[in-house]
Design a protein around this ligand. Sequence first.
Ligand code: GAP
Length: 431
Amino acid sequence: MTSLETIVSLAKRKGFVFPGSDIYGGLAGTWDYGPLGVLLKENIKREWWKSMRKPHIFPLDSAIISSAKVWQSSGHTDHFTDPLVECKKCKRRFRTDHIEDTKCPECGGALGESRQFNMMFKTHAGAIEDESAVAYLRPETAQGIFINFKNVVDAFHPKLAFGIAQIGKAFRNEITPRNFVFRSREFEQMELEYFCDPKDADQYFGEIRAMRMQWFLNLGIKKENLRFRDYAGDELAHYSKATTDIEYRFGLSQDGFSELEGVANRTDFDLKNHFPEYHWTGDDFIKSDAGFVPNVIEPSVGVDRAFLAFMIDAYDEDELAGDKRVVLRLHPRLAPITVAVFPLVSNKEHITEKAKEVFDVLSREFMVRWDDIGNIGKRYRRQDEIGTPWCVTIDYQTLEDGTVTVRDRDTAKQERVAISEVAALFREKLI
Ligand code: GAP
C-alpha cells in the first residue's frame, strides 16, 4: 500500500502540490497546486464534465460569496456544525468525537465543555462590517444550484427528470484539516443535482450510484480499492433520506477505506426551503398548492479527493532492465503530460529541428513536454514518475525515413511510427 508520505513527497518534488503559504510558515488546511497538479485536476474535471454531457443536464457556475439568507434557508447556519472542545490551558480546539480522554492530547490540560462550532467561513460584502453585510463563502456548491433552479427552468423549460451540474470551490473551516488534500479548508467540488418526480427517486438513486462508480473504474481505479457504503439512519445529514458513499482505500482509516464521493437522496428538502410556495405543476415550477416538489439525487465528489485517489492508485515501483523506477500509471486521459518529445542528441541541428516540428504538430492537440537533458533512459524515468504515457524520440533514422520511436510507459515497449501517423496513434489511444 502506498503511504500518504510517499505521495506528498512526490507531489512536492515533481510540482503537483505545494503546502499553502509555505514560505511564511504555512496555513493549515490550504494547498497550492503546481503546474502538474493543475493539469491533472483539469483532466479530472474535463472527464467529469464529459460524463455530464447529456441533453437534459445543464451546467452552472454560481457565485462563491453568497447571501446569509441562502444558508439560513438551507439549514447550514443551524446545522453545519461540528462538536468541539477547547483546551483551557493551550486553547487548542479538537473535535469532540476525535477525543478519547478528558485531557488535551497536546499539552495534557483540562478540556472545556463540548459546544457546536459552525464550519462556514463568514465575511462581509461591502464596506460596512455590520450584520446586514454578512455573507458566506459557500461550504458546498449544491446550494448555488438550488437557488438557480427556477432560473434554469424558466430559461430552458426542461421536463423532469433533468440535472444541473457544477464544479467549483467550496470552503469549510475544518477544525482538524488533515491527510494532505483529503480534508482541507479550501477545496473543489463536482456536484450534480438531479431533479425528478418523487416516485422515481429510488430508481435514479440506484442508477446514479452505479454511473458514478463506473466513472472511477473507467478511469483506471482498481476495483478492489473501491466499494459502496450505505449510511445508517443516525449518520444521515439533516437533508438526506438515503446516502451511499463511494469509498476508496486511501489507507487513512482502520480498514483503509474512506469517503471519496457521496451520493444522497436529498428529497425535496432544498427546493422546499428556497421556494416554499412553489410546486411542479404540469411541466412548470410555479406558485401553486397543486403538484409536487421535485426530489433531488445528488452525487457529490471533491476534485482534490479524487486527485488523491488517482495519485495513490496510479503509484507503482517496479524494475526495468535491472533498474528500479517509480511510475505513475495514470489513465492516459488524466496524465498531466500526454507526450514527451526527445531529440536523441541536442547538439545535432537537424535532429533538434525535426524534433521541434514533431513537438509543434503534437502540441496542437496534446499537452506535450520537451526534454533534451541527459541520456534517453533518464528522460524516460523522469516521465514515468509523472505519469506521461508516451515518449517520442527523434533520432538519426528519423532524418532518413521520417519515423520516430514511440515508447509506452507501462510496457516500456518501443515501436517505430511515421511522423505523419503519430498524432492519429495517440488520438486513437485516448478515445
Ligand atoms: N453537497 C453535499 C456535500 O457537500 P459532503 O459529503 O459534505 O456533501 C461531498 O461533501 C464531497 O466533497 C466529499 O465526498 C469529499 O469528496 C469532498 N469534501 C468534503 N469536505 C472536504 C474537505 N474538507 N476537503 C476536501 N474534500 C472535501
